[in-house]
Design a protein around this ligand. Structure first.
Ligand code: ADP
Ligand code: ZN
Length: 292
């Protein structure tokens, strides 16, 4: 199958051509401007490649409910040029092929569960910590949707008593995104995360807050693996710190073989930052085979 993949992000649009095995033949990246400026270029790219189906993993919030009138729309996004934009309809009409659609983070969890380390797992949570924080969830092969889709990057966080930073989320201030995303690190410490590599207190606090959210996900969803990706998680020293805090916060309440083997339970993404785009290939395959 010749499949198209589009990872639609707030700063860039990654477009790729690949197949159902997750192989990527070629890939381009286009800066995200307005739909009028950006979409025709992407349509041209996929048309030229002659794709049989397209999978879109998109920044949100989006409407992933096929029964809804606004299915396939980017809905109430703060990126105003894209608010209420019918992205699925536009590509379906222009390319004349099936289009699969989900959130960017559901795309990433699907990539890991189809082609990566999470193959064969029953329930997997993927959290990305970058410019924003988002989480995708797959349960027995199906991407989790409910009234909308998980927005677990915005769960509230309890501030540590020595922390006086108010939090950067415009909606909730001290939610997970407001306390741990790249822009929050930069505002709190006055430097970008990448320049703070050797400041242990930065990563200790970061790990403490991320662990709070993960503990909540563990207790709510009982995942058998948690994958952490995104720019901030390139600070690999966070992993042992997060694992220790999660163990401390669970405080022995649940005992499973996974929790006794934390190194393989809370893990970095395994597909060299291609998990999102590979997940979009699987979204395209599922759209073509109507296997959703
Ligand atoms: P996006 O979320 O925009 O798709 P990224 O996942 O790369 O992109 O996240 C970008 C954010 O992550 C920025 O705020 C940046 O400062 C931060 N970041 C990127 N690389 C690193 C790094 N190696 N260490 C710490 N922070 C990083
Ligand atoms: Zn928030």
């Amino acid at each position: 199958m010749r499949l198209g993949a589009l990872e639609a992000g707030g700063t860039k649009m990654v477009c790729a051509i690949g197949d159902e095995t997750g192989k990527i033949y070629e890939q381009i990246s286009i800066p995200t401007k307005t739909p009028e400026e950006t979409v025709p270029e992407m349509i041209e790219y996929f048309k030229k490649a002659g794709v049989e189906a397209l999978g879109i993993g998109c920044f949100g919030p989006i409407d992933p409910d096929k029964a809804s009138e606004t299915y396939g729309y980017i809905t109430s996004t703060p990126k105003l040029a894209w608010a209420n934009y019918n992205i699925v309809g536009t590509f379906e009409e222009a390319l004349g092929c099936p289009v699969g659609f989900d959130t960017d983070v559901n795309g990433s969890v699907l990539g890991e569960a189809t082609f990566g380390q999470a193959k064969g797992k029953k329930c997997v949570v993927y959290v990305t910590i970058g410019t924003g924080v988002g989480a995708g969830v797959i349960i027995e092969g199906r991407l989790l949707h409910g009234m909308l889709h998980p927005e677990a990057g915005h769960v509230m966080i309890q501030k540590r008593s020595d922390d006086h930073y108010q939090g950067k989320c415009p909606y909730h201030k001290n939610c997970l995104e407001g306390m741990t995303a790249g822009p929050a690190i930069e505002e709190r410490w006055g430097k970008k995360g990448i320049e703070l590599k050797d400041c242990e207190e930065v990563w200790d606090l970061e790990a403490y807050y991320i662990a709070q959210a993960l503990t909540g996900y563990i207790l709510t969803l009982s995942p058998d693996m948690i994958i952490l990706g995104g720019g901030v998680m390139h600070q690999l020293q966070l992993f042992p710190m997060i694992r220790n805090y999660v163990t401390e916060m669970l405080n022995g309440y649940i005992k499973t073989k996974e929790l006794q083997n934390m190194d393989q339970y809370i893990v970095p993404a395994s597909l060299k930052d291609d998990q999102g785009i590979m997940g979009c290939l699987e979204l395209a395959r599922r759209a073509l085979c109507e296997d959703v």
